[in-house]
Design a protein. Structure first.
Length: 280
């Protein structure tokens, strides 16, 4: 789509003309490349941050309804909405994206972000995705080395986890309930002293202030509440990614992925099929 701009238009008018979306623009978004989709996801979160900062500044500033900061906040809202529309079109054009959006807590931006960052041809198992997203605890990163995971994908997975926590109280939620159940188990294990070695390792590898809550918990041989929260959230996200990989693999290759090694050869039989799958 080509849009002509009048030289006599103000900067704001030109800006509004550029971002005014029509059906042709949204239709084109459905066919975005993965690199363009990644750019749009990054742009969306940047705009969201600007909108939040502008809203905070507007609340603290004087000037009432005529405050220019309020005007910019409203413009960021428009940008945010338009980027979301484009990413909705992109994710809806992919079967994996439609499956993702059938899951409570996964909206168009998160669905598009995974599609944009993960190439299923490079992820024959979910372990590849976990490592790429920085969710494999066996992978370490030392100073001076190339980071072995994708920072933006790791941040996206953090956002997915936070979203699951927010919807965990709803009856038709899936992965938020997984988080809640896992957190209860983590608390039980923590109270039983099962994480004493991890607590000792945390004290040995990082310096905590004498008065910090974290240090008080670690010195008791237990993990602090924030650590328990993160573990439970990570568990729910990893299960979701396992289901995402299953859906993406079957969509791409026409058959389900091989069963995880631990199920095929380790005597485990607890295979959880992806919910809401297959999907149209």
């Amino acid at each position: 789509m080509t849009m002509m701009l009048d030289d006599e238009m103000t900067g704001i008018e030109q800006l509004e003309a550029i971002v005014r979306l029509n059906r042709e623009a949204v239709g084109s978004a459905a066919l975005l490349s993965r690199s363009d989709a990644r750019y749009l996801v990054d742009l969306y979160y940047s705009i969201q941050e600007y909108r939040i900062r502008a809203a905070g500044q507007a609340r603290a500033a004087d000037g009432g309804a005529d405050n220019p900061v309020l005007f910019m906040r409203d413009e960021f809202v428009k940008f945010e909405h338009n980027a979301q529309r484009l990413l909705a079109a992109y994710s809806n054009n992919h079967r994996v994206g439609r499956w993702s959006r059938s899951i409570m807590g996964i909206g168009p931006v998160l669905a598009a972000g995974l599609l944009a960052h993960v190439d299923i041809e490079q992820a024959p198992t979910v372990g590849h995705i976990w490592r790429f997203a920085g969710l494999d605890p066996t992978v370490t990163w030392d100073k001076g080395e190339v980071r072995p995971w994708n920072v933006k994908l790791k941040t996206l997975c953090w956002k997915i986890g936070e979203s699951f926590v927010k919807v965990s109280g709803r009856d038709n939620d899936i992965y938020g309930h997984v988080y809640t159940e896992r957190k209860a188990l983590e608390i039980q294990r923590n109270d039983a002293g099962e994480y004493a070695e991890q607590a000792a390792a945390a004290l040995a590898h990082k310096r905590y202030g004498q008065e910090t809550i974290a240090r008080a918990w670690y010195e008791q041989g237990k993990l602090p509440p924030a650590h328990i929260h993160a573990r439970a959230k990570r568990y729910a996200v990893k299960l979701y990614l396992a289901h995402w990989q299953h859906v993406a693999y079957e969509t791409h290759y026409g058959n389900p992925p091989p069963m995880p090694y631990i199920i095929q050869h380790g005597g485990h039989v607890d295979f959880l099929a992806p919910p809401n799958w297959p999907i149209d």
